[in-house]
Design a protein around this ligand. Structure first.
Ligand SMILES: [Zn+2]
Length: 294
């Protein structure tokens, strides 16, 4: 109320419609955002903090829980070339997806990494920078226990993005290839996929990840066996959720370019709404939207 009053007062006193000051007050009063969607930035905490970043602006999404959001899809904007082209995968247009070094096959399949052999996929300098750094093979529990790979610098971000409520490291290896072959070996004995519907409805069990880790140790390939982390414990994640949906229906901006609903939680990279709609922010990268908090 105070903020609304201040906004209107500010408008009358200082702002001319269309001026920068007008826009600032308008934004403070009605909270309007516009820009291309990128996966939310996160900060570990109780609960985890989520930030939606736009060009000159950001929103701490936790602060708008229990509020009505209006989302409208305005156009495509490829995260690499910036052009208005249909998004193909990972926020990129088709051309960029097949050309840029950050979308090579080794991203999704770490075992295909070749920088440690000095062998180029798309851009050796880039691949050396990303692949030749410490990587973690971990177990995360978001709906079931699964194995995964991430750069060490992405712990615990990766776990938060997956909506895992608990996770633990298994090995820390010096490059992406070793992490990849370890994951390939371990997924013979443990899942490597998450059931996102279970994750979002919070139908999850607590598991003893230390026991899982010790059990899986015997299957780590010889090249990576010496990198086993001897002493380790689970990391727990607490997501900002007021109420979980009972079942989920996914919002697809191409089919439903406009949506309005009350935000009840954030888990993984999803918005959870009161009417059981879930919106995957990461899955909507490259979509240029307006976002109004009502
Ligand atoms: Zn592009």
């Amino acid at each position: 109320m105070e903020l609304a009053f201040f906004g209107i007062f500010g408008l009358l006193k200082i702002g001319k419609k269309g001026s920068k000051i007008y826009r600032i007050f308008y934004k403070q009063t009605y909270m309007q955002f516009e820009g291309v969607l990128r996966k939310m930035k996160t900060e570990m905490g109780s609960p985890i903090q989520y930030y939606l970043l736009f060009n000159n602006d950001f929103l701490n999404v936790n602060q708008v829980l229990n509020k009505e959001l209006h989302i409208a899809f305005l156009k495509y904007q490829c995260l690499n070339c910036g052009l208005e082209r249909p998004i193909f995968r990972q926020g990129f247009c088709r051309n960029c997806f097949y050309e840029i070094p950050s979308a090579g096959d080794w991203i999704m399949h770490p075992e295909l990494s070749t920088a440690h052999l000095g062998k180029e996929d798309r851009d050796l300098d880039y691949e050396k920078k990303v692949q030749l750094q410490p990587h973690i093979v971990y177990l995360a529990n978001s709906s079931n226990v699964k194995v995964g790979v991430t750069r060490k610098s992405q712990v615990p971000t990766r776990w938060i993005d997956q909506g895992a409520h608990e996770a633990i490291e298994i090995v820390e290896v010096p490059n992406r290839y070793l992490a990849g072959i370890t994951e390939v070996a371990l997924k013979e004995h443990v899942a490597d996929k998450t059931n996102w519907r279970k994750m979002l409805t919070n139908k999850v069990d607590d598991e003893d990840l230390v026991a899982w880790r010790n059990q899986l140790r015997q299957y780590i390939p010889e090249e990576a066996a010496s990198y086993f982390i001897e002493s380790n414990k689970e990391t727990e994640m607490e997501f900002p959720v007021l109420r979980y949906p009972e079942k989920v229906k996914s919002l697809n901006l191409e089919k439903t370019p406009e949506y309005r609903g009350k935000l009840m939680g954030i888990k993984g990279q999803y918005f959870l709404f009161e009417d059981n709609t879930v919106f995957n922010i990461r899955g909507s990268e490259g979509y240029y939207v307006s976002l109004n908090i009502i």
